[in-house]
Ligand binder design. Structure first.
Ligand code: SAH
Ligand code: SF4
Length: 405
């Protein structure tokens, strides 16, 4: 399958960092704290207890409704208090290193994180995919990934660390900056998006395994879905996991987002090769956890992602086994044509084979859309993300704390 290299050069790699990006220094970031977390942070200030809830609401509104990235923007708060807050806290954005725009309108941002305890600044990628009826923001939950799925570019990145809740939620703030989605920007540009907003959906399908970073993902989803702020409903937030079985039911109870499972194989033998985590949590355990996912119904189905790899998992027999496995689970199947990346030996299935597969799944009663590859020309499609952090020397990597898992 050929890769389009038709990049829109007008905006490609426009390395313009947003005005808001600064180094945080020692000040604690308020971005990504839940409302309770923000209240707790304000307890360490001179704000009288009686006023804290009101101040928290004001801050929340400035951060998540108006998109403020400096305390000095918060004109409804006294200058004295703004200065006090600025001396203790930080609300600046992650630093945008590059922005790439694909010929199909997909955008990919390379974002640089604040320095870790060793002074190193890692990078992550975030992707925005505009479609006619929606706009999906694909966000990362880790730098790289500790898992090593053999068909995934991110899995080849050896340097891994969990993102904080602020770094996860911060991706949507930058995306809104760049897309001009804050109300004052929409008003100034007169550029009203068709359904009121550019980002209608958020998927945790970027770099990393979200269930290995449970608490931070939970808090970030809480912030993103809060109706007083960014207001992306949990029904429009999808968490994709490669199958961390012990955390799946807990994710339903405590995070409450829609669930997607990266299945990709219909026998343990094949899935062991593609998703090595399967050796720890084989298919039957994974599907049991899915059956027990809280709130499951025909209106709230689990999405099973299935990457179509030529000669590996794409036969009609695989399709028939797949529908047998899914029996009794409110499910839809998302067929993903394999996206190539430099160095992989896998190839995408032939289109006719994908159609044969999709027809069998559809005939069994499961919606089986084939995900159109987006942003392949800028390596922004599923599984193509891999940040430059991998280029750190081996000796440097050793000094870093590995993420859970
Ligand atoms: N780690 C999580 C979420 C990130 S990956 C997970 O694995 O679910 C998001 C999706 O992209 C997963 O379904 C993953 O299997 C898929 N993917 C990875 N590499 C791919 C590739 N090269 N082509 C197509 N899809 C890929
Ligand atoms: Fe990690 Fe998901 Fe890629 Fe597997 S597919 S290596 S779990 S990001």
């Amino acid at each position: 399958m050929s890769i389009s290299l038709d990049i829109d050069h007008r905006a490609t790699n426009s390395a313009t960092a947003p005005d808001c990006a600064t180094l945080r220094g020692a000040r604690r970031s308020l971005v990504g704290l839940t409302q309770q977390g923000l209240l707790d942070a304000l307890a360490g200030t001179a704000i009288p207890e009686k006023q804290r809830r009101m101040r928290m609401s004001q801050l929340w509104n400035w951060l998540y409704v108006r998109g403020a990235c400096e305390f000095s923007d918060m004109t409804s708060i006294s200058k004295q208090l703004r200065n006090d807050l600025a001396s203790q806290f930080d609300i600046s954005r992650l630093e945008m290193v590059t922005e790439q725009i694909s010929s199909d309108g997909t955008r990919k941002w390379l974002l640089r994180l604040p320095a870790d305890e060793l002074g190193r600044r890692h990078e992550i990628e975030t992707v925005y995919i505009p479609e006619e009826d929606r706009g999906t923001l694909c966000i990362s939950s880790q730098v790289g990934c500790t898992l090593t799925c053999t068909f995934c570019h991110t899995g080849t990145q050896t340097l891994v660390r969990n993102l904080t809740a602020g770094e996860i939620a911060g991706q949507i703030l930058i995306a809104r900056d760049r897309l001009g989605e804050w109300p004052h920007m929409i008003e100034a540009a007169g550029n009203v998006p068709a359904n009121g907003r550019f980002i209608t959906n958020v998927v945790l399908m970027g770099m990393g395994e979200p269930l290995f970073n449970f608490d931070n993902v939970r808090d970030a989803v809480d912030v993103i879905s809060n109706g007083d702020g960014l207001s992306v409903s949990k029904r429009r937030i999808t968490l994709s996991t490669s199958g961390v079985v012990p955390e799946i039911v807990r994710a339903g109870n405590e995070i409450g987002a829609m669930l997607a499972i990266s299945l990709h194989g219909t026998t343990d033998q094949i899935r062991n090769q593609l998703v090595p985590l399967n050796r720890k949590y084989p298919i039957d355990q994974l599907l049991d956890a899915c059956r027990n996912y809280p709130g499951l119904s025909n209106a709230r189905r689990i999405t099973f992602e299935y990457v179509m790899i030529k000669g590996v998992n794409d036969t009609a027999e695989d399709a028939r086994r797949l529908v047998q496995l899914l029996k009794g689970i409110p499910a839809k199947v998302n067929l993903i044509p394999f996206n190539p990346w430099p160095g992989t030996d896998f190839e995408c299935s032939d289109w006719e084979q994908i159609e044969v597969f999709a027809r069998i799944v559809l005939k069994a009663g499961y919606a089986s859309p084939v995900r159109t590859p987006r942003g392949r020309d800028i390596l922004a499609a599923c599984g193509q993300l891999k940040s430059a952090s991998q280029r750190l020397k081996k000796s440097e990597r050793g000094a870093l704390q590995p993420a859970a898992g």
